[in-house]
Design a protein around this ligand. Structure first.
Ligand code: ARG
Length: 571
């Protein structure tokens, strides 16, 4: 497909001798149609060219206008103050988009990431602890990022860095030894393990001897002693079974489950390297790296006074291991902002452990808090919300709504599942990562709101248009002229932008950009649908409009699937 931004950048580059790639990044897409489809802010060049922006704009326009008009991709250039506004040739646009829709199996798929290795670390729950709603958010953001990077040709690896190690397991083992026979861990194991943990933790506070036994258990676990290792494996299996239920419903997958335990025997290299470089100081028997020089007031603890590693040490070992194993260009950590300090610390310490390429690739993809509106949860969910129950309840509620709207529908169960899960995923991904959010059913399941069900509903509408006319019209019969009205063009411009949107998602690691885009596309289609009758006398017009409808359906489905949302064919 023609890349209009590139066409514009290359012309401006010829006129100014400034690097084309750099110019391309300056190009904006104006909100107001009166300013064209693309605009170039000349103030960006004022310093380099030593002139006022309006003068630059006029000069560039003069130099490139004739040339640009000759090759017919751009219709017109306007100068507006310090801006150059570009109006693209609409017929070229329509032709390009339709051709691409016709030719591509997966629209917008590309190879721009070819040869680059991206690691996305997401979900990473803790063994024997509940999978909470914050874990749901990392799971869904990470899953979407994983899919988008892959779609753009990056060699992508999804990692679930399980929290399956640490001194707390010494306590868990002791608690189980004492009260294990009181619990049936086959039913609701996570809450029961939590219960054991809370009990033993309290006892440790009262009784130093118990605490000593816990420490001893952990030492035995580290040494690979059988009883402790077996128990720990049992806790892990029980937890994984619960987590898998959630991953299965949401259709989330990982390429690796190497969590903290995997790195527990790889921490010596971290300590040795830091020691060789003279970065370690002793503090009350512990080994620490002072980071004050970097403006981080809390030092990074590398080894506790009793010799054991901590969370940060295992993360540092993971960075070294991942650099060696995956030669990563990017290593993304989708983790809540509560862990900001932790990531600042380990990224700083990583400067002594891995090459610059890898240091630069490390990125904490931060997200905000998620809460549930209090009082609105059904009581059976209790205080600790089980994500599995939250999902089930959402599916239940979608079934009620679907029943009301279309009681004749076959396979209601399946549709309700897609709608319920779509609602959860979309609700989670439609706010910017950094914003806090509330999960509220009334908002998430509103078919008219900016929601997953609204996008699914719009998709279903496109399907029923095609069903009504019987088939997708043949591409060769589509007349460009029939799609040059405002509302058709609005839709086509959006379709054109899809790949650019995906690139933005990877540049900012923000799936919300794609989620917002799908809403814009669905809304643009609704206006198109309201303004243009689709089934009409004039066969030529009808074919063009039905084809556009088909294109929208294809894109909504493709875009939603990159977020992890499936489309029902009817609802
Ligand atoms: N297990 C941690 C938690 O649930 C998240 C792990 C984040 N990833 C990491 N590499 N530290 O809070």
């Amino acid at each position: 497909m023609i890349n209009f931004k590139k066409v514009i950048a290359s012309k401006i580059s010829e006129a100014t001798q400034i690097d084309e790639k750099e110019l391309e990044t300056y190009i904006e897409t104006p909100k107001d149609k009166a300013n064209g489809e693309y605009s170039f802010p000349c103030f960006r060049l004022a310093k380099e060219l030593k002139k006022a922006p309006p003068a630059i704009a006029n000069e560039i326009k003069e130099k490139i206008e004739q040339d640009i008009q000759q090759n017919q991709k751009i219709e017109r250039i306007d100068v507006a103050g310090g801006y150059l506004n570009f109006f693209i040739n609409k017929e070229v646009l329509v032709k390009e988009v339709l051709q691409e829709i016709e030719n591509s199996k997966e629209y917008g798929k590309s190879e721009i990431g070819k040869g680059k290795n991206v690691l996305v670390e997401y979900s990473s729950p803790n063994i024997a602890k509940p999978f909470h709603i914050g874990h749901l958010r990392t799971t869904l953001i990470g899953n979407a990022l994983y899919k988008v990077y892959k779609y753009l040709g990056y060699n992508t690896t999804g990692i679930n860095h399980l929290g399956d190690y640490g001194t707390q397991f010494g306590k868990m083992i002791e608690g189980y030894k004492m009260w294990g026979n009181e619990y049936d861990l086959n039913d609701d194991p996570i809450n029961k393990m939590m219960d054991i943990y809370v009990r033993i933790n309290n006892l440790c506070k009262e009784d130093e001897a118990v605490l000593d036994r816990c420490r001893e258990n952990f030492r035995m676990l580290e040494a690979g002693e059988k009883y402790c290792t077996d128990l720990w494996n049992q806790f892990k299996d029980l937890s994984m079974k619960e987590f898998s239920k959630i991953y299965d419903i949401l259709n989330v997958k990982f390429d690796s489950y190497n969590g903290e335990a995997f790195y527990s025997d790889k921490t010596d290299e971290v300590i040795e390297t830091l020691e060789e470089k003279g970065k370690i100081t002793e503090s009350e028997g512990a080994k620490i790296v002072d980071l004050e020089y970097a403006g981080i007031n809390t030092p990074c603890i590398i080894q506790k006074s009793n010799g054991s590693s901590i969370y940060a040490t295992r993360d540092l070992a993971a960075i070294m291991y991942r650099a060696k194993t995956y030669d990563f260009d990017k290593c993304l950590y989708v983790v809540a902002y509560e862990q900001n300090l932790h990531f600042k610390q380990i990224f700083e310490v990583a400067k002594y452990l891995v090459k610059e390429k890898y240091q630069k690739g490390l990125e904490h993809v931060v997200f905000g808090m998620v809460s549930l509106p209090s009082g609105k949860m059904s009581t059976r969910l209790g205080n600790v919300v089980k994500i599995e129950d939250l999902i089930k309840e959402t599916i239940e509620k979608s079934k009620e709504i679907i029943n009301e709207k279309n009681s004749e529908l076959d396979n209601k169960e399946e549709v309700a599942k897609k709608v319920g899960i779509g609602a959860i995923i979309f609700n989670t991904l439609s706010t910017a990562n950094i914003k806090d959010q509330i999960f509220d059913w009334n908002t998430a399941l509103n078919f008219q709101g900016e929601t997953g069900p609204y996008i699914q509903y719009t998709y279903v509408r496109t399907r029923s248009v095609i069903e009504k006319v019987g088939t997708v019209p043949e591409f060769k019969n589509i007349k460009i002229e029939s799609l040059l009205d405002e509302s058709s063009l609005e839709v086509l411009k959006l379709i054109y932008n899809f790949e650019d949107i995906l690139v933005q998602v990877t540049e900012k690691n923000e799936p919300s950009i794609l989620a917002r885009y799908l809403i814009d596309l669905a809304k643009a289609y609704s206006s198109f649908y309201n303004e243009n009758k689709i089934i009409v006398e004039d066969k030529e017009i009808q074919d063009a409009r039905v084809y556009l409808t088909y294109a929208v359906g294809k894109l909504l489905k493709q875009g939603a699937s990159l977020l992890g949302i499936e489309m029902p064919e009817k609802m």
